[in-house]
Design a protein around this ligand. Structure first.
Ligand SMILES: [Zn+2]
Ligand SMILES: [Zn+2]
Length: 387
């Protein structure tokens, strides 16, 4: 493995890693990133950039204006998760029950490092860089709030990029691919309304538990029978609840689940089939079944030419270790930007040696050298696009 870090990034590697550790020790949940936001702002204010705060509630945006040319947006999300850190690293979270378990601390540190290096190259840049520090990626859709507050306008962003540190890939690799790289992540609540009765006198009742059991299995056929087997969908019932006691037929059961798809077509298909199956089973058994389906993040879809730019930039840093990303059916609100502006969401391999530390686990950690890879890719990409 040969990694050619940018020398300007190597020169500030201690600062980048220390910034990540500081943020790791002081994690904050979505839309509560006040200290994080302040830390970012203080750092950016040293760089002679136009800094705006309070964008999308707690977000921060900084503009680096070079000469005439396109405007490219670079995004780091900055929120943590409601999780108690269980490992005993020296930079362990100091906020009880809150932890940077997805790597967003690293995303901020990488982008701050890149901003520092790029701000000294202003004269060479033909165009504008917009550094976007976004709150509340983990489920609350902070990206939408940033967009509503005009982050893609004034100046209008022509290309938009984001990096995720990725423990599913070994350190030293960068995952890049055009097309969908993360799934749509929708949620639904199903209420099965039957008619209660005595557990020994089922006739005349409408047993919501029996009907729900049918439903759980029938819904899996959306994945196994309605989805093109060469494409991917997931449907998970993650919660089921109802009933009173061993001898009472339940009048109501509530199921909660999530549906994942890489395309809008499959997403709509799942939504429609969910209604059809619920209606059909409800009719068959004489129950009323209500479906409350809410759209979550759309699929994250990379554009072709921007993915190509990332690929070329990443190759200059990690050589032949640019590869298709390790894909999951997770969702990301990066998708909202990419619905409006062409761009690319890329994955920087950050798996620590010999450890299995999945994202969102209480012992999550990264190989911090990956921060330098990510920062180097940022600098390289901006130079490639704007010079
Ligand atoms: Zn996450
Ligand atoms: Zn994340």
């Amino acid at each position: 493995m040969s990694i050619a870090l940018r020398s300007e990034i190597e020169a500030i590697s201690v600062e980048i890693i220390n910034n990540r550790r500081h943020l790791h020790q002081h994690p904050e949940l979505g839309f509560q990133e006040y200290a994080t936001s302040k830390f970012i702002t203080e750092n950016l204010n040293q760089l002679d950039l136009e800094v705006s705060t309070g964008i999308g509630q707690t977000g921060v945006v900084a503009l680096l204006k070079g000469g005439n040319g396109p405007c490219i947006g670079l995004r780091a999300d900055m929120d943590a998760l409601p999780l108690q850190e269980t490992s005993d690293v020296e930079y362990k979270s100091m906020n009880d029950g809150v932890m940077h378990a997805c790597g967003h601390d690293g995303h901020v540190a990488m982008l701050l490092g890149a901003a520092k290096v790029l701000s000294e190259k202003r004269d060479q840049l033909k165009g504008t860089v917009k550094f976007v520090f976004q709150p509340a990626e983990e489920g609350l859709g902070g990206a939408r709030y940033m967009i509503d507050d005009g982050v893609l306008e004034n100046p209008k962003v022509d290309e938009f990029y984001g990096i995720h540190l990725w423990n599913y890939q070994p350190f030293g690799t960068v995952g890049v691919q055009p097309g969908p790289v993360l799934a749509a992540a929708d949620e639904f609540i199903i209420s099965v309304k039957g008619k209660g009765g005595h557990g020994a006198v089922p006739q005349g009742s409408v047993d919501a538990v029996v009907i729900s059991s049918q439903l759980v299995l029938a819904l899996q056929t959306i994945v196994s029978r309605n989805t093109n087997p060469l494409e991917s969908t997931v449907l998970t019932i993650g919660m089921i609840g109802g009933g009173y006691n061993f001898n009472i037929i339940s009048d109501e059961v509530v199921l909660k689940g999530t549906a994942r798809a890489y395309t809008e077509e499959n997403r709509k298909m799942i939504h429609n089939r969910l209604h059809e199956i619920c209606d059909g089973i409800g009719n068959a058994y004489g129950a009323r079944i209500e479906v409350d389906y809410s759209d979550g993040y759309p699929p994250t879809v990379n554009s072709k030419s921007e993915s190509e730019k990332v690929l070329l930039a990443a190759e200059k840093i990690v050589g032949g270790s640019v590869q298709p990303p390790y894909l999951t059916m997770g969702g990301e609100d990066m998708s909202y930007y990419l619905q409006k502006v062409p761009g690319c969401f890329l994955f920087v391999g950050s798996a620590p040696d010999g450890l299995r530390v999945p994202h969102h686990s209480s012992h999550f950690d990264i190989n911090e050298e990956a921060l330098l890879v990510g920062s180097s890719v940022w600098v390289q990409l901006v130079e490639d696009v704007l010079t």
